[in-house]
Design a protein around this ligand. Structure first.
Ligand code: HEC
Length: 302
């Protein structure tokens, strides 16, 4: 009798956890499906669906310069996914990819022993891990980004942490990204607090901010596939796959955090700190939205 009771209790405990675990990402999955479908529809046929999605873009431009139909995987190419002139320009630039030298540096940094004789491999025995970042660490109850993981590895080995955003940290992440090329983004929402962090990131994405009172959503969802001044706006779907990225404007590599902080500042808001809670939450939300998409970083951008 007791045995039976224990068995029932164990089963219900297990199924209880499974039910819960499946539930934490229920809302996020709903969001993600709607998000992906919006972009697939929008870029299925911009000429035929001009009235709905691109009423202000001249029809000749849609016919001449827009690439379509776009499939799920196409979105990882940012502005080059849909805008032919950008695609052609960057195909040429990537004949000799400007990220190659910093990527080589990244490999060197990764394999060079720390003062204690160990290398980054002691923390990342399998470097093909970028698809899992940022992840929600349920023990620490916080989002862990790949930059944090790199710095924590250094500190564990008696080294000083690196400055976030660019320089050596971007190079080391570029090496990890390159080793993770082709892996599918796999962001999980493993707990109730992780779901809260996701929701907080989502809120930031849709929040109008700064003196321009504009949201990420307005530029990278509603206006994705349009141009503002000389810029072709990239779809938010797939917008983290290519990180870290060599930007011609930066003249070097930068991380996702650097880009996010830059875009926040461009809305006329105060610049948040890299690795601060809101920036991590934004990265968590944004990366989750591209779950299942293959990584293709590092890459080149304007
Ligand atoms: C005023 C319009 C505008 C707003 C608002 C804006 N961005 Fe951007 N963003 C740009 C432009 C322009 C670029 C460079 C061209 C491109 O990739 O769209 C860019 C690039 C990016 C990229 C790089 C995409 C790639 O494939 O290289 C990411 C990621 C990004 N933005 C995220 C955000 C987030 C998150 C927010 C909200 C905090 C935001 N942006 C708000 C205009 C904007």
């Amino acid at each position: 009798m007791l045995k039976k009771l224990i068995k029932i209790a164990t089963i219900s405990m297990i199924s209880g956890t499974i039910m819960f675990a499946a539930n934490f990402n229920a809302q996020a999955e709903k969001d993600r499906h709607a998000f992906v479908n919006y972009f697939l529809k929008k870029f299925e046929n911009p000429v035929a669906n001009r009235a709905k999605y691109f009423p202000y873009v001249p029809i000749e431009e849609l016919k001449k310069d827009y690439i379509y139909p776009l499939k799920f995987e196409d979105f990882k190419n940012g502005p080059m996914s849909w805008y032919r002139p950008a695609k052609e320009q960057f195909a040429e630039i990537n004949d000799f990819p400007p990220y190659e030298i910093p990527l080589d540096d990244g490999k060197e940094l990764f394999t060079k022993p720390f003062a204690n004789g160990k290398t980054y491999s002691s923390c990342f025995p399998n470097p093909a891990i970028k698809q899992n970042y940022p992840y929600y660490d349920t023990k620490r109850d916080e989002i862990v980004t790949i930059g944090m993981a790199v710095n924590e590895c250094r500190v564990k080995n008696g080294e000083k942490p690196l400055k976030y955003g660019k320089g050596d940290i971007a190079k080391v992440i570029a090496y990890l990204a390159d080793k993770s090329r082709g892996q599918k983004i796999n962001i999980k929402i493993p707990s109730a607090n992780a779901a809260k962090a996701y929701e907080a990131g989502k809120k930031l994405f849709y929040k109008q901010r700064g003196y321009l009172s504009i949201s990420c959503n307005e530029c990278h969802v509603q206006s994705a596939g349009k141009r503002i001044r000389a810029e072709a706006l990239s779809p938010a779907l797939g917008s983290t796959t290519e990180m870290p990225v060599y930007r011609l404007k930066w003249g070097g590599l930068g991380t996702l955090q650097r880009r996010l902080v830059g875009c926040i500042k461009d809305t006329g808001s105060e610049k948040p700190k890299m690795q601060s809670k809101p920036v991590k939450e934004l990265a968590y939300f944004l990366t989750y939205m591209s779950n299942g998409m293959k990584l293709n970083g590092p890459d080149t951008r304007k």
